[in-house]
Design a protein around this ligand. Structure first.
Ligand code: ADP
Ligand code: MG
Length: 700
């Protein structure tokens, strides 16, 4: 038996249970050993029921005596009351509200259970009780091992997988940890010693069966020595991999762009306004990277409206003045079209040749553009995914820029990069990635942050209104439009059904344009419109000819119309926080006071909290942190293609300080390995583990 032994051959598992485990990603003995309990209970001193004291968290063993399901005036409230007794004549009542229907099937009279929960004294019945206690049926099933495994100690509690309940896990893992297969400890000894972390075998054993006397609070906060070691190790290898990858990238040969006086002069000449200090700082960082003979991989982040576009344009000037081409990739046609318009204006004084390339262009138009890129005639291409197609070739691509990078996967970044010979890469995002996430998914990128907005911006005022107050909202919109401003009214698009959103927007458009705002020019925009129509509507809005733009979230990113001052978000409860923040960023781009109105229909408690966060804060970083907390990393980043690794025990939110430590250790380990052999070992280890454990995280 070793770590790679298939799970079927692990004693106590067998082929039937193996299926369910494999479906959960537990395929080998090693996977099982790293399957961490999610909670622990201290059953060291299991007391007779009579000795329980109100107020304490306690474990007890008892037998179900009777079960009652009281009903109030014929309404079934799902109340279940179970009377437990023990051999010493003690009694305890367990109470459940809204109990699942299977509860009474499990807790039948005569069944023995272990109970865990807070003891209370019910003054009405004058009995000891527990509200929603954790329970575990003691069946004396042979598979579940000796009873001493489940009581008289700190016991691990596992999330059940199929028919494999926590007791079976405990029994299987007890057997496995009693005869641990050999597992070499790959964590460098020097680091382990310095941080006082236990060795691998000890850690694995104590992860499942903590030694007597371990502090239960540490355990349940995932900070026992064993847990800390396992979490640290997981992050350490990821960060080591990222560091190695980065070191590798730095030995690659890239383009050393010359920053001559002429280049500097051109960069200055095209600037339509005075850059902010923050913009100057990040351009400095980018220019320094571009001048180095290694390929740049830099993330430029800055809140919505912070002015990333002009910085990207400046970087493009550096490339183009050196005789190279640049490319700008955007996630939507609207954004690509807008960038094309903006860049044409920005580059007018420099007379650069710009070409668009999007999916909606005709075959003939595309052919023409492709030829001009391949010949080197066109100096900068702006477009959508169409740019990634295999037959798009550049004559001499020097700089690849990806806007709203979180909308693309790592593979797409790679695909664009491969259009040139080690071009510099600049990725931009307005969805601020909380630091902990940035460290893991963008760990191989350098990060520049624009941390202040251009001058003269007034903070956007945000209001919350319920659907009943919609007339008020409309009259507010009318008032602003009468003062010469413009407004957006946005309907949610749920990933899989832009069609539903389109219908909502179409319906609202019909209603708004004929009844609500009969005198105003109302425009409609959604993803299913033909590209020319989208562009025409957008252009009309840009020129101020459309006053109210009814839209789905196609306008979410990048759209820039400084005269628009009102953003109404319908069904705001259906959006992610970061998404609303993006939408809100469409206004407040000029010098006028701007407003965002969040209209909701149904709100639960979390919903209310989310809306409050937005009303109270305009800080994208704060909002992103909150969003991450409320939705979890996977949801936050949207898709599987985000490249976020799946951790077995580490949790990016709970364990962020361990992540920071692991990153620091990994970087100094790679920079100053204790010996060349130690680094070689690490390299091999990371390489072997990489693909399976972290999947796509390494590509890119
Ligand atoms: P984002 O970072 O969201 O992509 P943009 O690049 O679209 O932001 O810039 C937002 C708006 O701010 C644009 O209208 C742009 O012209 C303007 N802007 C950017 N930088 C400055 C500056 N230094 N001074 C004045 N206006 C600026
Ligand atoms: Mg932008």
């Amino acid at each position: 038996m070793d770590l790679t032994t298939p799970i079927t051959y692990v004693k106590g598992v067998g082929p039937q249970r193996a299926g369910a485990l494999e479906a959960k990603g537990l395929a080998t003995a090693g996977d099982l050993l790293f399957y961490a309990p999610f909670r622990y209970e201290d059953r060291t001193n299991v007391k007779p029921l009579n000795d329980l004291a109100p107020g304490e968290m306690a474990a007890a063993m008892a037998t179900v005596h009777s079960v009652a399901t009281p009903k109030l005036s014929r309404r079934n409230l799902g109340i279940v009351e179970v009377v437990f007794t023990d051999g010493a004549g003690g009694r305890l009542v367990g109470k459940w509200f809204h109990a699942a229907s299977f509860l009474t099937k499990i807790l039948e009279p005569g069944v023995r259970v272990a109970l865990y929960g807070k003891v209370e004294f019910d003054t009405y019945s004058r009995e000891l009780s527990m509200l929603h206690p954790e329970y575990e049926v003691l069946r004396g099933d042979e598979d579940e091992g000796d009873e001493s495994l489940h009581t008289g100690r700190i016991v691990p509690v596992y999330e059940a997988v199929g028919k494999l309940n926590t007791r079976l896990f405990r029994a299987v893992l007890k057997r496995l940890t009693d005869q641990l297969p050999s597992m070499p400890d790959a964590l460098p000894e020097t680091i382990r010693q310095r941080l006082g972390l236990p060795g691998l075998e000890t850690a694995v054993r104590e992860l499942h069966f903590p030694p007597a006397g371990t502090d239960l609070r540490l355990l349940n906060n995932f900070r026992s020595p064993a847990q800390s070691r396992m979490i640290f190790e997981e992050f350490f290898w990821l960060e080591t991999g990222l560091s190695l990858k980065r070191r590798q990238a730095q030995t690659e040969h890239g383009i050393a762009f010359a920053l001559t006086d002429r280049v500097r002069e051109q960069v200055k000449q095209m600037l339509p306004f005075k850059p902010t200090a923050a913009q100057k700082k990040v351009l400095g960082e980018i220019a320094r990277d571009m001048a180095l003979p290694i390929p740049m991989s830099r993330l430029l982040q800055g809140d919505v409206g912070s002015g990333k576009t002009i910085v990207a344009a400046q970087a493009a000037v550096i490339a183009i003045e050196n005789g190279y081409q640049a490319v700008l990739l955007a996630p939507t046609e609207i954004l690509a079209a807008q960038h094309a318009v903006n860049l044409r204006r920005i580059f007018e004084p420099l007379a650069y040749r710009i070409v668009p390339l999007t999916g909606s262009m005709t075959k003939k138009e595309k052919e023409l553009v492709k030829r001009s890129l391949a010949s080197g005639y066109a100096q900068i291409a702006v477009g959508t995914h169409a740019l990634l197609e295999g037959d798009v070739e550049f004559h001499k691509l020097g700089l690849a820029i990806i806007d709203e990078q979180h909308r693309f996967g790592v593979l797409q970044r790679k695909a664009l990069q491969q259009k040139g010979v080690s071009p510099d890469v600049l990725v931009m995002t307005a969805t601020p990635i909380p630091r902990t996430l940035a460290l893991t998914i963008y760990g191989d990128l350098d990060v520049s942050t624009i941390d202040s907005l251009p001058p003269g911006r007034k903070p956007i005022q945000t209001f919350h209104k319920t659907h009943i107050e919609i007339e008020l909202v409309y009259s507010f919109v009318l008032r602003e439009v009468r003062q010469g401003r413009q407004a957006y009214i946005v309907y949610p698009a749920i990933e899989e059904s832009e069609t539903i959103a389109m219908k909502a927007a179409q319906k609202a458009y019909a209603e708004l344009s004929t009844h609500v705002f009969p005198d105003l020019k109302v425009g409609l925009l959604h993803g299913k419109l033909p590209a020319e129509e989208k562009e025409a509507t957008m252009a009309a809005f840009q020129r101020g000819e459309v006053q109210v733009l009814v839209s789905t979230t196609v306008i979410e990113v990048g759209v820039d119309v400084p005269n628009a001052t009102v953003m109404v978000v319908e069904n705001a409860e259906r959006f992610g926080l970061a998404q609303i923040h993006q939408l809100r960023g469409r206004v407040g781009r000029g010098s006028e006071q701007s407003y965002c109105v969040l209209v909701t229909e149904k709100l639960n408690d979390t919903g209310r909290e989310r809306i409050r966060t937005l009303v109270d804060s305009c800080d994208g970083f704060k909002i992103a942190e909150m969003d991450l907390r409320l939705r979890g990393p996977g949801e936050f980043l949207g898709t599987k293609q985000s490249g976020l690794p799946v951790f077995r025990i580490g949790n990016l939110i709970r364990d962020s300080e361990i992540l920071v430590l692991a990153r620091h250790e990994a970087q100094s380990f790679v920079a100053n390995p204790p010996s060349p052999e130690a680094l070689d070992d690490a390299l091999r280890y990371v390489h072997d583990q990489w693909q399976r454990r972290y999947g796509l995280a390494l590509i890119g």
